[in-house]
Ligand binder design. Structure first.
Ligand code: ADP
Ligand code: ADP
Length: 225
């Protein structure tokens, strides 16, 4: 389960936009940065890896799983923080996490409570756990997003443009949280911010107009741009 292998993935939307053109990537355990400008195809790639969208051609393998067909199996291993995710504004973080934990299969109440409390501590939301999510700042919402993505010990975590719209202090906090995730887990971080990748990732790819331009470690790769 320690590699995600994407081979010749292509996607053209019904409006004719070619969002992915023959994308191939080898993504190991640790933090992997997918860097590219708006419209590059990052979200399309992330949603496809997250089993939320079909590709026209190509394959994605996670360990021995075929991601594009074995969706239920992949979803059990997956933590996903989409670019824009809906929160229930009148629900507290604690209650929503508890509900999401039920959906993830944590049916034992005691066990679930322990998991939820641990995640609230980890994401620094414990003190505001009873507040309604509608009153959260952007940074708090993103940290809640990480908490929900971490339910049920994912082996693959997908984080789509997490720091867009965060102020520097919130971004820093979020970076500290993300940097703890990479052990024994594949974490894919999509972003248009070069420093996100420099500060957090051990491997990266640059994508533009649906094509992978470069892959490697951030220090060498970013220098070539
Ligand atoms: P598909 O080609 O996969 O069938 P569609 O063209 O039917 O996709 O669009 C799916 C959804 O994405 C629709 O709800 C559509 O409004 C929305 N959508 C269309 N164009 C864009 C765009 N440029 N960026 C983001 N979403 C879009
Ligand atoms: P990024 O996440 O890098 O901004 P996207 O994957 O969202 O890139 O978009 C890649 C290209 O595909 C863009 O030109 C975008 O407008 C287009 N696109 C994205 N989603 C849809 C959709 N559902 N229907 C049609 N076009 C889309």
């Amino acid at each position: 389960m320690n590699h995600l292998t994407i081979t010749n993935l292509s996607k053209t939307y019904s409006n004719g936009v070619q969002a992915l053109k023959n994308v191939s990537l080898e993504i190991p355990t640790g933090m992997f940065g997918l860097l590219g400008p708006n419209g590059a195809g990052k979200s399309t790639l992330m949603r496809t890896i997250a089993t939320l969208q079909e590709a026209d051609e190509g394959t994605i393998a996670l360990g021995g799983l075929d991601v594009l067909t074995q969706k239920a199996e992949v979803r059990r291993l997956l933590g996903y923080l989409p670019q824009e995710f809906g929160l229930y504004p009148k629900m507290s973080a604690e209650v929503l996490l508890d509900h999401l934990a039920v959906l993830k299969g944590l049916t034992n109440r005691k066990e679930r409570k322990a998991v939820v409390q641990a995640l609230l501590h980890k994401t620094n939301l414990y003190d505001v756990r009873k507040k309604n999510l509608g009153g959260y700042s952007g940074g708090m919402k993103q940290r809640f997003g990480i908490a929900q993505a971490l339910l049920a010990n994912p082996k693959l975590i997908i984080v789509d443009e997490p720091t867009a719209g965060l102020d520097p202090a919130e971004r820093n906090r979020f970076h500290n949280l993300l940097s703890e995730l990479g052990e024994n887990t594949i974490v894919i971080l999509s972003t248009h911010i070069v420093d996100d990748v420099k500060e957090l990732c051990t491997n990266m790819a640059i994508i533009n107009q649906g094509k992978v331009l470069l892959t490697g470690n951030p220090l060498e790769t970013i220098e070539q741009v």
